[in-house]
Ligand binder design. Sequence first.
Ligand code: IPE
Ligand code: IPE
Ligand code: MG
Length: 255
Amino acid sequence: MSTASKASNDASDPSEETEIVPGGPRHVAIIMDGNGRWATQRGRPRLFGHHAGARRVREVVEACPCFGVEYLTIFAFSTENWKRTQVEVAGLMSLFRRYITKETRTLRDFGARVRFIGDRVKLDKKLIRLMNELEEATAHNDKVNLTIALNYGGRDEVARATQRLAQDVADGKLDPASVDEETLPRYLDTYVLPDPDLVIRTSGEARISNFLLWQSAYAEYEFIDTLWPDFTRDEFGRLCAAYGDRDRRFGAVKT
Ligand code: IPE
Ligand code: IPE
Ligand code: MG
């Protein structure tokens, strides 16, 4: 039976649902795009779409163990999203505060370990406190690793990492001649995470918009038309199953 046909929205008996996708992705990263268009199609303000999008996250997180996904990283707000109207930015920040407050217990009890990546400095104090509390509340969990990219930009992350690396050189802790491609990732926000195997972007846009630039060098990509608020567990399962059919060569030739 295919993953897609077996996947169900009924979470009453998790053991029945478990279907580890053979050769499936260990780390899936998602660019959750299309909330604004989803709302506009319904004649509603963009924030209505962001709220609908936030409600989709739980189902996807809870599906991860069923599909063998150990790490899920989701793009919630980019370093470029500050360019949006003040109303939308303030509404998103308020949504993040509400989401964390509402979901902390559910995520903790489910067994998710939550981490945030991105630059926290620009975020408001209350949001930073809630983010820290969520990380602490889930620090001992290991059922699924959920990483939320908030005020995250791949270029900004590499720039911040380079600053720290340069400081270590200046302090005599790091020999510049020893810096190689194993060194820089230790300074990235994602230093404890494996690289993503599969990056999914919803909403039909085929670009990565500054997401996980270093880490996705050899990721497989899926650009799908579904708008994020319409994304389902079934579609997630189908994409994980399709990943299993990909031939990842990493530059080598199969003999
Ligand atoms: C993604 O949806 C969520 C964020 C970027 C915060 P968008 O808000 O980009 O939705 P579209 O792309 O305008 O439809
Ligand atoms: C990327 O989506 C950021 C998030 C999903 C949080 P955007 O909607 O901001 O990206 P562009 O502007 O279409 O490239
Ligand atoms: Mg968008």
